[in-house]
Design a binder for this molecule. Structure first.
Ligand code: SF4
Ligand code: SF4
Length: 109
């Protein structure tokens, strides 16, 4: 089975600056200003150009096994991306709950 490289964005640390879109020679990044970005798995050959340009250091290049008949790697990649996104949302949610609880308890001091 052949191996290839592909970029993966940790969406919880993406600030939506869109710098990566500007520098990607393969037009392999999807996103809009101020929203988290993601990689188009099929278009990215893992050239790494975007990695050093990201101001929050949230892009890494990962190695995957790939065969045209095997979609397992693609599914795994998408699940990894979703896991990162869910962890980020969970963290933000917990921070927001803590903030609200602090505010409430301060009102009763
Ligand atoms: S350069 Fe980094 S922070 Fe900016 S949009 Fe791309 S992935 Fe997000
Ligand atoms: S690794 Fe290269 S091709 Fe892939 S998203 Fe980054 S700049 Fe584009």
């Amino acid at each position: 089975m052949s191996q290839r490289s592909v970029a993966l964005i940790d969406e919880q640390n993406c600030i939506g600056c869109a710098i990566c879109i500007e520098v990607c020679p393969f037009d392999a990044i999807i996103g809009a200003q101020n929203f988290s970005h993601r990689i188009n798995y099929d278009e990215c050959p893992g050239c790494k150009i975007c990695v050093d340009k990201c101001p929050t250091d949230c892009i890494k290049v990962v190695e995957i096994n790939q065969s045209k008949n095997d979609i397992k790697e693609k599914v795994k990649y998408n699940f990894d991306r979703r896991k990162l996104r869910k962890e980020g949302l969970q963290k933000k949610y917990e921070e927001s709950i803590k903030e609200q609880l602090d505010r409430i308890s301060n009102n009763y001091k």
